[in-house]
Ligand binder design. Structure first.
Ligand code: ZN
Length: 170
């Protein structure tokens, strides 16, 4: 990690500890004898810290855009600074920038990267890389997460809970 991301990472860690009661643990990195990795014992204070930063950054974005307008920059120039696609006509990018900043509405087609509807993480109990689809409109654990080992205790518990919740066995 470099630059803004690394600085933000350190800041988020500090906020997680100082404001949200997070605790830092050092754990060894598999395959390295001397290197350790700092992480939060419970990642949730990290989520709270990151959300606080997101909200603060959002406020900054609005503030700087207003200052840009105050000194005579156009909404199209602001759109360019936001990284909005210039494939469309200028007025459209200007409208997309206004929608983003003022209305808090994301005009998806102007953003270059389409967000994937999934994320992934390494499952602690089974060690496999799991693709996480969120609630995805289905309550079945296999529709929400894929990649767990067959023997994964966490996934088996989720399946068992799902059978209870849906009264599958009755
Ligand atoms: Zn697993």
């Amino acid at each position: 990690m470099t630059g803004a991301r690394a600085q933000l990472h350190r800041l988020a860690e500090r906020i997680a500890v100082e404001q949200f009661g997070g605790e830092i643990v050092e754990e060894s990195i598999p395959g390295y004898q001397v290197l350790t990795r700092r992480r939060l014992a419970d990642p949730l204070p990290g989520v709270r810290a990151a959300q606080a930063l997101t909200s603060a950054a959002r406020g900054l974005l609005v503030e700087h855009a207003r200052e840009a307008r105050a000194v005579g920059r156009s909404w199209d120039e602001i759109g360019e600074a936001l990284g909005l696609s210039d494939g469309a006509a200028d007025e459209e990018r200007a409208e997309a920038a206004f929608a983003e900043i003022v209305e808090g509405r994301r005009a998806e087609s102007y953003w270059p990267s389409v967000r994937s509807p999934s994320t992934s993480w390494r499952c602690r109990p089974c060690g496999e890389l799991v693709i996480d689809y969120g609630l995805s409109g289905s309550s079945h654990p296999d529709d929400q997460e894929s990649g767990h080992a067959d023997t994964c205790t966490r996934h088996r518990a989720a399946l068992a809970q799902w059978r209870i919740d849906t009264r599958w066995d009755e």
